[in-house]
Write a protein that binds this ligand. Structure first.
Ligand SMILES: [Zn+2]
Length: 196
């Protein structure tokens, strides 16, 4: 559900440094996110997010580094468990861990793996004498799909192994760390039952 994080980001300013104000007082983004991710009661039942989704929400929407570190460690163990369950063969544990890292980062910080390196994501280049021009590598979008060779190098396999095996494995791991839907539904439920 690709639109979930976008809607969520529209509800919350994504960076703590923005220090938005409400009624003249600075708003603490962490506490706003904490409220939205917190438990709520409805129909005699308590609704709670899974620990993964809870940490993910703080890491993504409050840019909370502690939550991200905790989530990253939990996700490493989970990726190893899944690799065992799926009977994946691999030589280096580190390759699996890094594949898991790519999958997680594509959710938490998708731009890290899609921004155009030529123009640093701005879509524009400064050319000497003639001012600013549109970046010809990404045609001004600021986004460019990374070549397989870059992923291969990052996880420590050759390009053939990336294409044959690891590209699809990263996709599989990527699906397993998709907590956006869970968060989105939780936030909708909470907001519907407990107005701020
Ligand atoms: Zn570019």
């Amino acid at each position: 559900m690709a639109y979930a994080p976008t809607l969520f980001s529209m509800t919350f300013p994504k960076a703590l440094s923005l220090e938005p104000t409400f009624g003249g007082k600075p708003v603490d983004v962490l506490s706003i996110v904490a409220w939205h991710l917190g438990d709520y009661e409805a129909d005699g039942k308590t609704y709670s997010l899974s620990e993964y989704a809870y940490l993910y929400g703080f890491a993504k929407f409050a840019l909370d580094q502690n939550s991200y570190e905790k989530l990253r460690k939990m996700w490493e163990h989970r990726a190893e468990y899944l690799a065992g369950k799926w009977r994946w063969k691999y030589r280096q544990r580190d390759t699996l861990i890094r594949a898991g890292q790519v999958a997680l980062e594509m959710h938490i910080d998708p731009q890290k793996w899609t921004f155009c390196k030529t123009c640093c994501g701005s879509g524009a280049l400064n050319s000497r004498g003639s001012g600013v021009r549109v970046c010809d590598k990404c045609e001004g979008s600021g986004m460019r799909e990374r070549p397989g060779s870059e992923f291969a190098r990052f996880i420590g396999v050759d390009e053939a192994a990336w294409r044959r095996l690891w590209s699809e494995r990263v996709n599989q791991l990527h699906k397993e760390c998709a907590w956006e839907t869970e968060i989105f539904e939780h936030v909708n439920g909470k907001v519907a039952r407990e107005a701020l």
